[in-house]
Write a protein that binds this ligand. Structure first.
Ligand SMILES: [Zn+2]
Length: 265
């Protein structure tokens, strides 16, 4: 799971309460896998707090998701976004005997991506759950509405061999998308700081992580994943992690500006 470029880097020391014992700690930092792709799952209004099927903390991952998108784009990695795109009536909804309240109905505000998401213009959006007879929890069941191409087809076209997955919700669409990616023979890393679980049952998130670990899925965070921008990589210059701070700073500025606009209204 750890590639050859991974680095074992001492990051500090743990000191016991009495100061007598000092243990060095090291953690892995990971270089981005070759032939990577980023999949951002279902960052739609209905899955945000206050939405029809709101995930607790779903909005709190927005800065991380945006930072990942910026970083992966800088590294020249293709970014895909899936969305739930249901008809008004489907077996997926309670009204027709399904498990969920009505959510992400096509062309409604609830189905729109969160307005604070910063998606690149050329990002590939794939839609799922259009068939009134299926749930479609996996983005691998999704397709580009313009061309009819499925996500697995698009990944093949882009030459993606390793998929990084972020978004909502960990215990449903992130889980099933990751399992399908493994089944398709892809390497998979879940960006654990950019996802949240529904937790219909209290331990669903834990159970999901255990299941994913068992099939070989890796986990990473923005602090431990080192991404070098494409131009720098070509020149052999190391810029690991520097873009993260820039992306987060930019986002903080945007949020600050948005708050000021709100306050002046
Ligand atoms: Zn759905």
């Amino acid at each position: 799971m750890y590639n050859e470029d991974s680095n074992l880097e001492p990051t500090g020391y743990v000191v016991s309460v009495d100061g007598a014992c000092r243990v060095p700690i090291r953690r892995f930092t990971m270089a981005l896998q070759p032939a990577s792709g980023l999949l951002v799952v279902d960052m739609q209004n209905d899955f945000m707090p206050g939405g029809a099927l709101g995930v607790t903390g779903g909005d709190l991952i927005l800065p991380r998701v945006n930072a990942y998108i910026a970083q992966f784009r800088m590294a020249g990695v293709p970014v895909f976004a899936s969305r739930d795109w249901h008809p008004p009536e489907t077996v997926h909804f309670r009204a027709s005997g399904g498990p969920w309240p009505r959510h992400c109905v096509q062309n409604t505000p609830g189905a729109e991506f969160h307005p604070r998401l910063r998606f690149p213009d050329d990002m590939l959006v794939v839609s799922k759950g259009m068939d009134p007879k299926e749930d479609a929890y996996s983005a691998f069941q999704a397709r580009d509405l313009a061309t009819g191409r499925t996500l697995p087809e698009l990944l093949r076209v882009e030459g993606v061999a390793h998929l990084y997955v972020a978004g909502l919700a960990l215990d449903y669409c992130v889980r099933w998308s990751s399992l399908d990616a493994v089944r398709e023979g892809l390497g998979v890393t879940v960006l654990i700081d950019a996802t949240r679980a529904v937790n219909v049952n209290p331990h669903d998130a834990e159970e999901t992580i255990e299941t994913l670990v068992r099939v070989g899925v890796g986990f990473d965070t923005i602090e431990t994943l080192w991404i070098t921008c494409k131009a720098c990589a070509e020149e052999g210059v190391e810029t690991r992690g520097t873009g993260v701070a820039a992306a987060e700073r930019e986002l903080a500025e945007l949020e600050d500006r948005a708050r000021k606009v709100e306050a002046s209204e």
